[in-house]
Design a protein around this ligand. Structure first.
Ligand code: F0G
Length: 458
């Protein structure tokens, strides 16, 4: 028989997590004003709020932590990170930052001005935030298939080349400072972009003389999907695929909290020395000197090691298969989820679970609360609360999809935890007809309300 996948690591250290009773959880979530961000982590049994910075480092990464060089300038740790970026990603220049959104802030300070247009594939919230903060506009050019959770398409992160070219034709090149390709595309459900699409985007961009940058938080997971789903790449190593992917980019921003498997860190990598020099000014202002930029030496060491480990096939196979296991169980139990399964998370289609709730009752949030009460599992709402109000009309924006994202941290939970999550979700699903009321807002902040919103049950 074909041998199944198995984690290419064993466990050397464990962290206690505590189970609780339903009664406790009913009280805790009420005290947290029905906002899962307000829960203490000790009140959560399986924490699937995010896969960002929540992964487990390896013994080699921890060893690297011990030999970090904390010199202010020119630390050996900086050169370790520089070499890893050059060898694995192929970029000559780089700037460390404290996390992904900081990389966006620094890079966009150098590139984006008021009135600019930035096309891409469903820009991540912080990316869009940093574009809009500069009074520029993010234009979504994702393929239409991405917006229907039931369509099976191998590369739902792809950019629609017609939509993209229409934008490139419509505006002068001076108004389009860059194209951003997010790999994998978080906002469309952790969906990958094909190598063919990366090539086509680059070709189109060259025709219009626009640079292409990748938002690379989950680049290694994207490379895995290319290997599995794109015929021409099935015999290539992940590192070969990664090198080719980035050969079609002029630069990248990185949240290292994902595919570099560290708890904190980020960077910008570039080919252009001129842009490197321009961005360095902002890096020094916002992040720190260019050889540490918001990171300690030990963190740069761990990051360099993490980049190497995250671009190995067997690690990625166990990672993506574990996410898929949760997806498969949900399908078996009849729970509607987004297809195909994403690289880092499973997205539950809350409108299909709770069709009886009005959109004003925050459907996905209600489902996320129920899953917490059922099993102490913390997911996150990707729905109306996150979509926030229209800045002009101040009316709620109701997105097409109400999703609960269950993001799986890297190398952190076992498949038994996954079975536990799926069983809890099944229990909620089985009693879905009893959930007849949602929640209403008691307090909300003027922007980014989802973090601090206070709710009560209707
Ligand atoms: N780009 C993508 C695609 C992301 O998913 C994130 C973060 C960022 C940029 C920003 O990076 O958090 O290091 O500043 N995503 C997290 C998530 C928060 O839960 O999906 P950061």
């Amino acid at each position: 028989m074909k041998l199944p996948y198995a984690e290419p690591f064993k466990i050397k250290m464990v962290e206690q997590i505590t189970r609780s009773t339903k009664e406790q959880r009913l009280q805790w979530i009420k005290d947290a004003k029905y906002n899962l961000f307000n829960l203490k982590s000790s009140q959560v049994f399986v924490d699937l709020l995010t896969d960002s910075g929540t992964g487990a480092m390896s013994d080699k990464q921890w060893s690297e932590m011990m030999i970090g060089d904390e010199s202010y300038a020119g630390a050996t740790s900086y050169y370790k990170m520089k070499n890893a970026i050059k060898n694995i990603l192929g970029f000559e220049y780089f700037l460390p930052t404290h996390q992904g959104r900081a990389a966006e802030n620094v890079l966009f300070s150098a590139l984006i001005k008021e009135g600019d247009i930035v096309p891409g594939n469903s820009h991540f919230d912080t990316t869009k935030g940093h574009i809009e903060f500069r009074k520029a506009k993010a234009v979504d050019c994702t393929i239409d298939e991405a917006f229907d959770t039931s369509i099976e398409h191998p590369f739902k992160g792809n950019l629609d080349l017609v939509k993209l070219e229409n934008i490139l034709k419509k505006y002068p090149k001076e108004q389009i400072p860059l194209i951003i390709v997010t790999v994998t595309c978080n906002s469309s459900g952790g969906q990958p972009v094909s190598m063919q699409n990366l090539k086509d985007v680059k070709q189109l961009a060259e025709k219009y003389e626009i640079p292409v940058f990748y938002d690379s938080a989950r680049f290694a997971e994207n490379a895995y999907f290319i290997k599995i789903r794109e015929e021409a790449y099935k015999n290539k190593t992940i590192k070969e695929i990664v090198a080719e992917m980035f050969s079609y980019a002029d630069g990248m921003t990185m949240s290292s909290k994902k595919d570099a498997i560290v708890n904190m860190g980020g960077f910008i990598a570039l080919r252009s020395e001129k842009l490197f020099k321009e961005a360095s000014v902002y890096n020094i202002m916002f992040e720190g000197f260019i050889t540490y930029g918001g990171m300690s030496g030990r963190d740069m060491n761990a990051l360099a090691q993490g980049l190497d480990e995250a671009t190995e096939f067997y690690y990625l196979e166990s990672r993506i298969e574990q996410v898929a296991l949760l997806g498969k169980r949900c399908v078996e139990y009849g729970i509607p989820v987004q297809h195909p399964f994403g690289g880092h998370a499973i997205f539950i289609d809350a409108k299909k679970v709770l069709p009886q709730l009005a959109k004003e009752e925050y459907i996905a949030q209600t489902l996320a609360i129920e899953l917490y009460i059922e099993g102490g599992i913390r997911g996150v709402e990707i729905g109306t609360i996150l979509a926030d109000r229209d800045p002009e009309t101040r009316e709620n924006r109701y997105p097409a999809l109400e999703l609960v994202r269950l993001a799986i941290p890297r190398r952190t939970y076992t498949n038994n935890h996954i079975e536990y999550v799926a069983a809890a979700m099944k229990n909620v699903f089985d009693r879905r007809n009893e959930i007849t009321k949602g929640v209403k807002i008691l307090y909300e902040a003027p922007i980014m309300r989802h973090f601090t919103v206070e709710l009560e049950k209707i």
